[in-house]
Design a protein around this ligand. Structure first.
Ligand code: S3P
Length: 439
């Protein structure tokens, strides 16, 4: 059922908050917990629909997931020790869960059916199926053009590969590395631009043998040694910078705002959005930059202020790939043109985010257009609003345009806010607590 939400011009956004756990790290903690020997205890796990899909699936594969008062516990079965599921595996809206777990299933002698919602069933899976079938995964049935629903058969006999990623994708990299854990010898993934490195960091933390080599022009080769033995671990999940981005954006565009978001992951493969805000002239600083659990964490302080349009170079895209809808909205409140380059990957997210962002902006009276893989927004320092924006089953489109409504002249309605629960269920109450008029 559709659940429309309306955002109205709000007074200042202010206060201190903590955002829920990082989605990427939450998925990986559950999956690596399932592949480890013994118990993994995860605190700060993101309790959103996408992550719960991963939890249900690893549980269905025989690694039981239980919730205690303050943590989630996964009873790992060891690499290669998972069991064939007795029913189709439903991944809901979650591309990350489905792609990462295809890599895991590939290394087990089992047949499994992968399915998901209408958005996920449109998303390309050939990007993971191509390398995984080279390693030994068999495809028994697939949707049109290599989409879900998929029926696959894994094997206890995978072959290691060296794979050049055709697109910079942490999901594809991770899927291959998870499969590589099950293959004898060394599996190498070469990425054209460094993408989020949570899989590598966490593989090392769980005890896998791993090599990382920086190559020319930002490329990177990651090698994992197979037949790995992982040990259960204690994981504390830091706050999600992709969720913090919505709050920071609201503070930047609502006059008089001053907020602190605490405990946000500051891994450099994830901070492109904050770097870009700073280049636009935003008043943003990281307080108490610290190391927590082998990664960087900080408290982000953001105040409202004038912004200028900027050019965002293509090589920055992997470090802020999920933040472009939000950045495009911020750009509408800046003075001058913002040109965001190298965004082909946005076309295959939960929706075609290039098209969804440009048409949402137009509906709100903002001049925006797409030229190939470039998104151009002409900022005028203020936004009319008043539009009805289609969320297109995409949580980040819904949240970005609700943030726009907080500073536009007229209220903005998003036709369906229900998908927000896939990544940030607390979004509406948390924003409301900070002063946003959102219902
Ligand atoms: C993710 C990687 C990104 C990102 C997604 C989460 C991950 O996708 O958009 O939300 O956890 O690995 P791609 O790897 O396809 O770019």
């Amino acid at each position: 059922m559709q659940h429309p939400l309306t955002a109205r011009r709000s007074a200042r956004i202010s206060g201190r908050v903590r955002v829920p756990g990082d989605k990427s790290i939450s998925h990986r903690a559950l999956i690596l917990g399932a592949l480890a020997i013994g118990r993994t205890r995860i605190t700060g796990l993101l309790e959103a629909e996408d992550v719960m899909a991963t939890a249900r699936v690893v549980d269905a594969l025989g690694a039981s997931v239980t919730r205690t008062d303050d943590a989630f516990e996964v009873l790992g079965q060891g690499v290669g020790g998972l069991l064939a599921p007795s029913a189709p595996l439903d991944f809901g809206n979650s591309g990350t869960s489905s792609r990462l777990l295809l890599g895991v299933v590939a290394g087990h002698d089992m047949r499994a059916e992968f399915t998901g919602d209408a958005s996920l069933r449109r998303r390309p899976m050939t990007r993971v199926l191509r390398p995984l079938t080279t390693m030994g995964l068999q495809i028994e049935a697939q949707g049109e053009g290599g989409t879900l629903p998929l029926v696959v058969r894994g094997t206890g006999d995978l072959v290691p590969i060296v794979y050049d990623l055709p697109v910079p994708s942490a999901q594809v990299k991770s899927s291959i590395l998870f499969a590589g854990l099950h293959a004898p010898g060394r599996t190498t993934v070469i990425e054209p631009l460094a993408t989020r490195d949570h899989t590598e960091r966490m593989l090392g933390f769980f005890g896998a043998e791993l090599q990382i080599e920086d190559r020319e022009e930002g490329a990177r080769a990651v090698t994992v040694c197979g037949d790995a033995e992982l040990q259960g671990a204690a994981i504390s999940v830091p706050g999600d910078p992709s969720s913090a981005a919505f709050i920071a954006a609201a503070a930047v565009i609502c006059p008089g705002s001053d907020i602190v978001v605490e405990g946000v992951l500051m891994n450099p493969t994830r901070t492109g959005f904050f770097e870009t805000l700073r280049e636009m002239g935003a008043d943003i600083e990281v307080l108490d930059f610290r190391d927590e659990g082998g990664d960087s964490v900080g408290d982000i302080r953001v105040k409202a202020g004038p912004l200028q349009g900027v050019r965002v170079p293509p090589e920055r895209a992997p470090s802020m790939i999920d933040e472009y809808p939000m950045l495009a909205v911020v750009a509408a409140f800046a003075e001058g043109e913002t040109r965001m380059e190298g965004l082909a990957e946005l076309k295959v997210k939960e929706s075609d985010r290039l098209a969804a962002t440009a048409s949402g902006l137009e509906a709100c009276g903002v001049e925006a257009h797409v030229e190939g893989d470039v998104l151009i927004v002409r900022g005028r320092g203020e936004v009319a609003g008043g539009g009805l924006v289609e969320a297109r089953m995409d949580h980040r489109i819904a949240m970005a345009f609700l943030i726009l409504g907080l500073s536009a002249k007229a209220p903005v309605t998003v036709d369906d806010g229900s998908m927000i629960a896939t990544s940030f269920p607390e979004f509406v109450p948390l924003m409301t607590k900070l002063g946003a008029e959102l219902a």
